[in-house]
Write a protein that binds this ligand. Structure first.
Ligand code: ATP
Ligand code: MG
Ligand code: MG
Length: 380
């Protein structure tokens, strides 16, 4: 089976690594260069998009910010999974909020802003503090403004207006204003849906962010009531989108309630732990769904965590001395804050996992991994 992935980053690379044993060959469309490449060796090219589409039995995507012309071409081939519509929803917060409302799932109170009048209405109808997010092209906390109270509102508006006038992507721009949610923690649900409508989900994963970027994800045994609540949301969103493939949903947890933050129509950073902590990893399950193969078990094998390596191109080799620890590099050039690789670690119990995380925390540079500290404390 041949699959073309739109995007040639680490997610396409990990898909290729995961499904080689299934005899699935992955090529990746590098949206920057317009070339179809080998995801494991991106300077090896196989032609242009048209040739990539011809090569493929199925087409999928590793990220949601793909230009609509490319999506339309792939959709027209009848091979694209999930559909262009599902990918667009993940790339435009206006469509995303509409979907959440349509599926009747709880989310933060919000208002879509395209004009000054909308902005003023948001200030009057929502409670502070607010977070304002660019409707398009936002990821890793980029394109966001925070507003504590009315005092700085005019400055933020001027900034947003300049952003609109910049005319990014040549489309009329918008931001979504949301009430800040006083969450107890952030969790995400990664799951897969096949073309028959079967769904499987992994255990809810607890996520920690550093400067708006995911730094640590932890998967342990979860509360069944919470898991059922998340699964219900997953099923209603995936069904509404007639979704095929892996879909991730980010939640804010307040007490026992989950509010949806956003969705990602793809494999997700908070699912990397499944490479060693689950029966079938998210990358394999994504391709199983896309290629009409039976979905694999999402059972947690043992408590696991993933630590992102941000902006560093080396870590001390001694981390590999810590039992049940694996290291994945993405082969990218070093840039401040960039996702360069990740570390997975597992334990037979939460206590053992915490002990191993504690060992890792001592070996890793503090700045990049400060988020480990609170977790290690929680489970000690
Ligand atoms: P990514 O796609 O990389 O996950 P993003 O740029 O799409 O990130 P969000 O997930 O919307 O951004 O926001 C980044 C982080 O900011 C969230 O994980 C959360 O920590 C915080 N945040 C976002 N919205 C809210 C909110 N309404 N209330 C409280 N915190 C929020
Ligand atoms: Mg996002
Ligand atoms: Mg997010």
């Amino acid at each position: 089976m041949n699959v073309l992935v739109l995007g040639a980053g680490q997610l396409a690379r990990m898909m290729a690594l995961a499904v080689k044993p299934l005899n699935i060959n992955i090529r990746a469309f590098d949206v920057g260069s317009g070339n179809v490449v080998d995801p494991l060796s991106t300077n090896m090219t196989f032609g242009n998009l048209t040739q990539g589409i011809e090569f493929a039995d199925f087409i999928t995507a590793e990220f949601e910010h793909i230009d609509h012309q490319t999506l339309a071409l792939c959709q027209a081939s009848g091979k694209l999974r999930p559909s262009s519509q599902a990918i667009k929803v993940g790339g435009d917060r206006r469509l995303e909020k509409d979907l959440l409302v349509k599926c009747d799932v709880a989310n933060a109170k919000h208002k879509i802003i395209e004009t000054k009048a909308d902005f003023d209405q948001a200030l009057n109808n929502l409670s502070f503090p607010l977070i304002l997010k660019s409707a398009l092209a936002g990821y890793d906390g980029k394109g966001q403004w925070r507003l504590k109270d009315k005092a700085k509102a005019e400055d933020v508006w001027l900034d947003i207006k300049a952003f609109f006038d910049g005319g990014e992507h040549g489309v009329k721009h918008a931001v979504v204003a949301e009430q800040m949610v006083p969450f107890d923690r952030e969790v995400s649900l990664v799951g897969a849906r096949d073309s028959q409508g079967n769904t499987v989900v992994y255990p809810l994963t607890e996520n920690h962010h550093t400067n708006g970027v995911l730094s640590v994800s932890i998967a342990t045994k979860v509360d069944e009531v919470l898991q059922a609540q998340a699964k219900k949301v997953f099923d209603s969103i995936a069904t509404e989108l007639n979704y095929i493939g892996v879909l991730a949903i980010e939640f804010f947890q307040i007490g026992e309630q989950l509010l949806v933050n956003e969705i990602a129509p793809r494999v997700h950073n908070s699912g990397h732990w499944t490479q060693q902590g689950a029966d079938t990893c998210q990358f394999e399950n994504h391709l199983r769904a896309v290629c009409d193969l039976p979905l694999g078990s999402t059972e947690l094998i043992r408590p696991s965590a993933m630590i992102n390596i941000l902006g560093e191109d080396e870590v001390p080799n001694e981390i590999l001395n810590v039992a049940s620890t694996t290291l994945h590099w993405y082969g990218k050039s070093k840039r401040a804050g960039r996702k360069m690789g990740h570390i997975n670690v597992s334990g037979n119990s939460e206590k053992q996992l915490a002990a191993r995380l504690s060992l890792l925390a001592d070996m890793l540079p503090e700045a990049a991994f400060e988020e480990l500290t609170p977790y290690v404390k929680v489970f000690k």
